[in-house]
Design a binder for this molecule. Sequence first.
Ligand code: ADE
Length: 243
Amino acid sequence: MTLFPEMIENAMGVSITGRAVKAGHITVNAVNIRDYAQNKHNRVDDYPYGGGAGMVMQAEPVYQCYQAIAGHCREKVRVVYLSPKGKVFSQEMAQEFAEEKELIFLCGHYEGIDERVLEEIVTDYVSIGDYVLTGGELPALVIMDAVSRLVPGVLNNAESACTESFSGNLLEYPQYTRPEEWNGKKVPPVLLSGNHRLLAAWYRRQSVIVTAKNRPDLLGKAELSEEEKKLVQDLEREGAWEI
Ligand code: ADE
């Protein structure tokens, strides 16, 4: 539900999500709230009661739009309202949403939407981070992208969803491709060894290092071996983050 359906269609229509739509793994319907305007000027906003800057989206067009969509959905379809006031989006939330057959995203504009319709239809208030955007479309797209890639069939490599960042609360290890030497820098020799045991150990160690360096807040939730805990302590002590 949006005032800018072309924004959603354009972004979802390319790259991996575009391919997923064409293959029928996911379906995207961008519905224009303005089509449910109650007046001949197609206005959907009005001045806020109590005064103040900006305009507020009216309850009735949003409600009519919702009713039209919900008529085609399962009974308990979740309605996600994008707002900086919501719970901060995470990979865990993406996984939870990916289990739903259908989701409705409600994108607000102007200074927000009349609270009464939000109370009536919204099940989840979600923010994508502590900053304010001009509308809910980009946050909705962020969530749709993160959720789509967890839908079976969307990624052709099932493994990449398990080893990537945030699985096990660690960030992903660094990646290299050809050539073997670039700009005087060599690929770490272990990657050329073909020894799977050594490789797995190297990936794991690099994940711990990059997480300790960039997101030490995640380490508390990661399951680290005694050896890995010692590595983190050593890194903290030395402040030596180089590999
Ligand atoms: N709308 C405006 N800013 C937002 C944010 N950070 N997250 C979700 N919705 C928003």
